[in-house]
Design a protein around this ligand. Structure first.
Ligand SMILES: [Zn+2]
Length: 269
């Protein structure tokens, strides 16, 4: 914290010091806002020249909404500076939650594939793709085959005030013919996210469309940010299991989820 504030002080004109002192004092400034200042600092450092920043832009940042960084930063003379791609680069934090883990295997596949391993593998692929996006900081709820309670997952999301929460799952059912992709949401602020991700996953898998559904899963109900739970396909169906667990389809699904996330960000954040 001290390190980057010090850097900010060097780079940003003295005009901004009172606001930053305010942020440092933490009065009315939540952690999310602090992160934006951090991101902002990062962006400034990434530019080839120092950029005087209009006070309104800083106020927008401190007001706490990420979208403000997408606006053009202007000089104190209101001269526009280039920035689009670079300054679009505020960091959105996205949780990729690999369902189940440890002593909770989740669904069992026809060929004894376990849901917990499938979701873990897929989560790493999504993580790697998101990592290369300058505008996104991906966060995994688990990095390995660890047991987490639902409460643990919700707590991470709410405590870190992430922008998007995505939980990965694979389905199973006693009727082995049941197949298809389902996407779940609960809170009304999550419908759009669920819709967009669902469309992208369907395109990737070509599986039957089992629709976007509302369900009171804890990870959806108790997380405060847009949240979706993805049931990519049915491990209990022989055809889907073999397709969805293949390396090729996992990569395809991971890419489709990342594209969905990016589209959602563009449209909604
Ligand atoms: Zn599951």
């Amino acid at each position: 914290m001290k390190r980057y504030l010090f850097t900010v002080v060097i780079i940003i004109p003295a005009l901004l010091l009172p606001m930053l002192t305010y942020a440092k004092a933490g009065v009315g400034i939540n952690r999310h806002t602090i992160t934006q200042i951090d991101s902002y600092n990062h962006i400034v450092k990434g530019l080839s020249k120092k950029v005087p920043v209009h006070m309104d832009t800083i106020k927008s940042l401190l007001a706490g909404r990420v979208a403000s960084i997408h606006t053009m930063i202007t000089s104190s003379e209101d001269q526009a500076y280039e920035s689009d791609q670079q300054l679009k680069a505020d960091v959105l934090r996205i949780i990729i939650d690999a369902g189940h883990g440890g002593r909770d295997p989740g669904s069992a596949g026809v060929s004894e594939d376990e849901e917990k391993l499938y979701t873990l593998s897929l989560s790493h692929k999504i993580y790697r793709l998101l990592e290369s996006e300058s505008t996104i900081t991906p966060i995994l709820t688990r990095h390995d085959d660890t047991y987490l309670t639902t409460e643990d997952r919700v707590a991470v999301a709410n405590r870190d005030q992430v922008d998007i929460f995505i939980s990965l799952h694979a389905n199973s059912f006693t009727n082995k013919n049941t197949r298809g992709t389902e996407t779940y949401y609960h809170n009304s602020n999550s419908i759009k996210l669920a819709d967009i991700l669902h469309e992208h996953i369907l395109q990737a898998t070509g599986f039957p469309d089992r629709k976007v559904r509302k369900m009171d899963y804890k990870v959806l109900k108790e997380t405060t940010m847009p949240a979706a739970l993805l049931e990519i396909g049915y491990l209990s169906n022989k055809v889907e299991e073999s397709i969805m667990t293949s390396e090729e389809m996992q990569n395809k699904v991971a890419a489709s989820i990342v594209e969905g996330i990016k589209q959602y960000i563009m449209l909604e954040l």
